[in-house]
Design a protein around this ligand. Sequence first.
Ligand code: NAD
Length: 374
Amino acid sequence: METFRKSRRTFIRNAGITGAALPLLGPVQAINEFTNAISMEKKKDKLGVALVGLGGYATGQLAPALQQTTHCYLAGIVTGSPEKIPVWQGKYGIPDKNVYNYGNFDSIRDNPDIDIIYVVLPNSLHAEYTIRAFAAGKHVICEKPMAITVEDCDRMLAASKKAGKQLSIGYRLHFEPFNLEMARLGSKQVYGKLSSMEGAFGFKAQAGQWRLDKKMAGGGPLMDLGIYVVQGLCYTSGMEPISVTALEGAKTDPARFPDVEQSLSWTFSFPGKLEGKGTASYDDSFNFLRATAEKGMIELKPAYNYGGQRGTTPEGPMTFPNVNQQARQMDAFAQSVKSNTPTIVPGELGKRDVKYLQAIYEAMASGKTVKIPG
Ligand code: NAD
């Protein structure tokens, strides 16, 4: 909002328009000139991001974060809900020419204001919109999980390569200081060799949303929440799992979970006989990541929230500032695009994790140890 105000002041100053002169322009003309001026002013050094899907995460987190970014800004929206358009335009000064629906989405290729398309749709739509965004010649950030099958991930990576544009996954915790410290302490064995790891993420999911529909979500809490734990176990150990066993939790509410798991737990085997246990639930509240090392325990609790992480080490609490994870994540990607250097959270990492999620489901269904190919 502050950027918006500043831009308005700058536009008025540059245009030589005083407060008294402004009403002489018709309201529509004034708004159009104003938004064009913002667009031109910002375009000088910031990349334009279009959010696809204006649901909870785009509305509550990504759009506000894009008001705090330095290397990119909220340039456009893609929505199937016409009633959201005036609200977003009013709040963020998005010009008509940068508003799309799912029908005319492909014409975004002709819009030079949009450099990056951010796919924030239900999981089963990630592959389609990412591939269409690449066909439109744009860079893409896709939300987690990257897709619901490894085959879809392969198609997305091939589309990225063909377009010569970058693909990143919305892994915000790779830009969050407590999680980065957890990764450093664990993988560098700062407190000695790790002997075990455990993580869990869960909340009570309300009935009637796409997250509980296997076709839309690709699975239950593992796809949505367990993916954070999968990632946490990997970056804390600094290793890749070689096999997995898994067990579905009791289904105490089958009416709410007709086709996805209510909860499940899995155990990854890492090289050197290290095990990492994970739990994901749509029925219980959990939020931690911990590792036991020779000299004591390192733990984040809560570990996966948008802010408010807390961490402890054998030497005492971790102290880091709260940051806007999403702003950092999007700025880092914009810098990668600008400098043509690889993102630290690329599509390949998203595919790796979908492969692990599929292995966990296979182990859960078979009751057997499933080897994970490298
Ligand atoms: P949501 O249900 O709040 O929003 C989904 C949006 O997609 C809605 O605006 C809806 O209208 C739109 N949509 C378009 N076609 C649809 C269809 N066929 N069915 C249902 N909705 C459709 O969901 P959300 O929480 O914003 O999640 C969106 C994506 O973002 C998911 O992939 C989720 O995993 C991810 N996400 C990531 C984080 C994170 O911290 N990185 C947090 C929340 C969500």
